[in-house]
Design a protein around this ligand. Structure first.
Ligand code: SF4
Length: 204
């Protein structure tokens, strides 16, 4: 365990000084991610926004507060999940991260998955969903087609469940999304409760 924490500490230090892609140029703070190691659930978003860039922490501000409420629907608190993003530095003006930026940052996400050993990775938003499906060798059909489905794949040599849903920020300006997001988090809670004491990997 201690070694795992040390490896995570080293990983965070690498991210803090990373210049592998152009996103380092305008960032105030990289946002490596945070949470317990190991953790049954990992939440992966797209990229830090303005508040996250200022704070150096993932999912702060309005979207973060909504995420906390959604986690409560799954009977989870923020302190029980590991939270990170596909890219660790804020894209200027909150534009989508580009393919080369995602590719440059992907090894950090792989190493986080190896260290956190999640049973389920909840991919929030289309970019997180598409990236995790690709990393797992799965075919991504889009957020509306693939949200709310637990699928399995192998990432960084580990079998893992991937569960995609909308990004909480999307529900802040499109209220139609909110009930769907709530359903997905409630179902996450059902899945975790149903398998309490057993690893989901036992079902593979
Ligand atoms: S986004 Fe990732 S690859 Fe790009 S500079 Fe930040 S940490 Fe490095």
């Amino acid at each position: 365990m201690e070694q795992r924490l040390r490896l995570h500490h080293n990983l965070v230090r690498e991210i803090m000084v990373c210049t592998l892609c152009r996103l380092h140029e305008a960032r105030k703070n990289p946002v490596p991610g945070e949470g317990p190691i190991p953790s049954r659930v990992m939440i992966v978003g797209e990229a830090p926004g303005r508040k996250e860039d200022e704070a150096g922490r993932p999912f702060v501000g309005q979207a973060g507060r909504l995420l906390d409420k959604l986690l409560a629907l799954a009977n989870l608190s923020r302190s029980e999940v590991y939270i990170t993003n596909v890219v660790k530095c804020r894209p200027p003006g909150n534009r989508d991260p580009r393919h080369d930026e995602i590719a440059a940052c992907m090894s950090y996400l792989s190493r986080q998955i190896q260290l956190v050993e999640p049973e389920i990775i909840m991919a929030v938003g289309r970019i997180a969903g598409a990236t995790l499906y690709r990393m797992a060798g799965l075919r991504w059909r889009g957020i509306r087609a693939d949200r709310g489905k637990l699928v399995y794949g192998t990432i960084a040599g580990r079998k893992v469940g991937i569960y995609a849903t909308f990004h909480p920020a999307a529900a802040l300006y499109n209220r139609e999304i909110l009930p769907l997001l709530e359903d997905d988090f409630r179902r996450l809670g059902d899945i975790l409760r149903g398998n309490k004491g057993r690893s989901l990997l036992d079902f593979l």
